[in-house]
Design a protein around this ligand. Structure first.
Ligand SMILES: *Cc1c(COP(=O)(O)O)cnc(C)c1O
Length: 397
């Protein structure tokens, strides 16, 4: 059984703050600063370039990939860290398209995160005429899985509403029609149990700075199913994905398995920060995280609906159909969120009118939920959101 009071004690959260935004940027593990300082002083400072061998810097992307792999149901040796999620989307979709060379259509949905769609638009343009990105409503995805598709690219948990796609069913439908799947786990990894191997997923990608707490700019991960690992061609064929990077050959030969999805030099400092968080993740089981996450989200929904009639639930009511976040629609959602933040309850706002709250059992408990509901209720009841200072838009919402 996971001990969430123990994990909560391992995060450095500012006194008096209720942090409901770990779905966007996870908080700081208490050991991260020491880990990073130690790495900087003892490894970078003293070992200098020998750290690549002596301190195991070069193996970190696969070693940490396996620790994340446990949370997402990946086979050991099939996840690697590196680059940003947008780049990993490019890599995965490019490789997936090549596995289906006679087809030219990528299907996604209108709930997907824009960067995933933009990246595919750019990739397809480079590939030349005939390629198409087809975007349908999330509810229409299953009916649109047809035999002309090359790739189905979906984000499992909708970033705005928390609505979840059924990975197992949609992957099976895709395979029936000869379609290769790419799953984005940005709001799934560390949020909900994922079973990539059990779902027979082909490719998956995700980031580490949201639920996995690697800090701002932390690297992404990519998964390639074992059956594709030795055949998928990496479109971003960098030297660290080469079979023998230090042979310095003039021609590219892909590395073994997931190694080929590496591109260039790994971000060692950021990976060190991520290790501090993975030490905490190693203490829990995803099934326990899920049960507690659903309970916290349900409690928040009940509390808000009982005290804030102005807000409309914009997430699935059924906890099993929802990720680890709850969204409410409110016309003045931006201002209301600013008023909340000014009172120490941190969530975020997604255009046009969504107030979004992430619930992460690792460091959020029932007391935090009740505290957040109480403060939100007061803001709504007294129309505190209507003050002009809360209506000024910042660059990052
Ligand atoms: C957060 C998120 C991203 C962000 O990509 P970066 O390259 O890390 O900035 C991309 N896709 C989805 C689905 C996300 O939720």
């Amino acid at each position: 059984m996971s001990d969430f009071s123990a994990t909560k004690a391992m995060f450095d959260l500012p006194e008096g703050m209720i942090y409901l935004d770990g779905n966007s940027l996870g908080p700081l593990p208490k050991t991260a600063a020491n880990h990073v300082e130690n790495m900087i002083r003892k490894e970078w400072g003293e070992m200098l370039i020998t750290g690549w061998n002596k301190a195991g810097w070069m193996q970190k992307p696969t070693a940490i990939g396996d620790r994340i792999g446990r949370l997402i149901g990946a086979e050991p040796g099939h996840v690697v860290m590196g680059d940003t999620l947008s780049i990993k989307v490019y890599q995965a979709v490019a490789s997936a398209l090549e596995l289906n060379p006679d087809r030219k259509v990528v299907l996604s949905d209108s709930g997907n995160f824009p960067s995933d769609l933009y990246i595919v638009q750019g990739l397809l343009k480079s590939l030349g005429p005939g390629y198409e990105l087809r975007v349908v409503d999330p509810e229409e995805v299953e009916a649109n899985i047809t035999e002309d598709l090359a790739v189905l690219m979906l984000t499992e948990v909708d970033y705005r509403s928390g609505r979840m796609h059924d990975m197992k069913t949609l992957t099976a439908r895709a395979h029936e029609k000869g379609v290769v799947t790419v799953w984005d786990l940005a709001h799934s990894a560390g949020a909900v149990p994922v079973d990539l191997a059990g779902c027979n997923a082909d490719f998956a990608v995700g980031c580490s700075y949201k639920y996995l707490n690697s800090g701002p700019g932390g690297p992404a991960f990519i998964y390639v199913a074992p059956r594709h690992a030795e055949t998928a061609r990496p479109a971003l064929s960098g030297w660290l994905g080469h079979e023998a990077p230090f042979a310095f050959d003039l021609d590219y030969r892909p590395g073994r398995g997931i190694e080929r999805m590496r591109v260039g030099t790994p971000p060692v400092i950021q990976l060190t920060a991520l290790e501090a968080s993975m030490d905490i993740w190693d203490m829990v089981e995803m099934a326990d995280v899920r049960a507690k996450s659903i309970a916290l989200c349900d409690r928040f929904i009940a509390g808000v609906e009982a005290s804030c009639p102005q807000l409309t639930l914009a997430s699935p009511r059924d906890g099993t159909a929802r990720g680890s976040q709850v969204s409410f629609a409110f016309e003045e959602g931006y201002a209301a969120m600013q008023a909340l933040i000014a009172r120490g309850v941190i969530g975020d706002f997604r255009a046009p009118n969504i107030m979004r709250f992430g619930f992460t059992p690792l460091y959020i408990d029932e007391g935090d939920v009740d505290g957040a509901v109480e403060i939100l209720a007061e803001i709504m009841k007294k129309r505190i959101w209507d003050q002009p200072e809360y209506k000024v838009r910042a660059a990052v919402t």
